[in-house]
Design a protein around this ligand. Sequence first.
Ligand code: C2E
Ligand code: MG
Ligand code: MG
Ligand code: MG
Length: 285
Amino acid sequence: WAKAAGRGQWAVYDPERSARDIARSALVAGLPAALDRGEFVLHYQPIVSLLEGSMLAVEALVRWEHPELGLIGPDRFIGLAEETGLIVRLGEWVLRQACHDAERWWREFPDARLVVSVNLAARQADDPTIVETVADALHTSGLPADLLQLELTESAVMGSADEPLRSLYRLAALGVRLAVDDFGTGYSNLAYLRRLPIHCLKLAGPFVEGIRADSAADHRDERIVDALVRLAHALELWVTAEAVETGEQAERLRALRCDTGQGRFFGAPAPAGAITARLRGDAVT
Ligand code: C2E
Ligand code: MG
Ligand code: MG
Ligand code: MG
């Protein structure tokens, strides 16, 4: 027995659970200092045209280079950073670093017009200073606004009051592109799609995972993808399929008129240098 569930409450001691809680609070406690010490790094994952095979964009994905634990993925700390509010500072660092890297790619490979796609947490999108922050990141880096895309989840798009975020209009007015991330996993209030200045839908991984040529499969996910691509195109939106892992999925997605794909099949997230090398390779061919 241990005093675990707060004052005056007794709970069954669960060693696994408390080890997890200790690890969790140690990570939370370490986040602000890690940001000050520069322990976060961005990896970039290609977003590729399904028709042409060319790399049109890259998504910036943050990682923590922990001095003892090694490289830690965002699934282990983004949620914590959201809970503590640190996401606003961390997200601003991600945005500025991504704009800086993208501006270098733009200068070195102007013809590629590579777009950098940055995830915005709900809490960041909700922050009243977000528009000034994005405008300043563009200005400071010198990146043209149309080479920046911001990814928001469906719930972030809807804001905290179940009303679409007003700042989305002001962000769009800056000239940046807006994408709905993990589309199809939230509570899809489709009405927002025709009212909001959105440019792209990113189809959530699980739909793509269900795409197999396997004749025993019922092709339900494929029919959902088909319907979502038609919906997106009817609204003049681009569609990116997430988590494309096989050539067969890429082929089916292309047949379904999906515009772009992202996933291990086209390249895993990698440091900025790998993207530079790929742009150099694309430029010579
Ligand atoms: P997301 O924005 O949906 O990013 C796509 C995730 O899919 C990435 O996970 C990526 O590594 C992973 N992925 C790539 N290829 C494949 C594949 O072939 N199959 C499958 N199943 N997955 C693939 P990652 O890097 O672990 O990031 C996880 C989530 O953390 C992201 O999901 C995003 O929601 C969040 N995140 C990452 N960086 C940031 C950031 O800078 N700010 C915020 N707010 N969230 C971030
Ligand atoms: Mg991960
Ligand atoms: Mg994303
Ligand atoms: Mg996603």
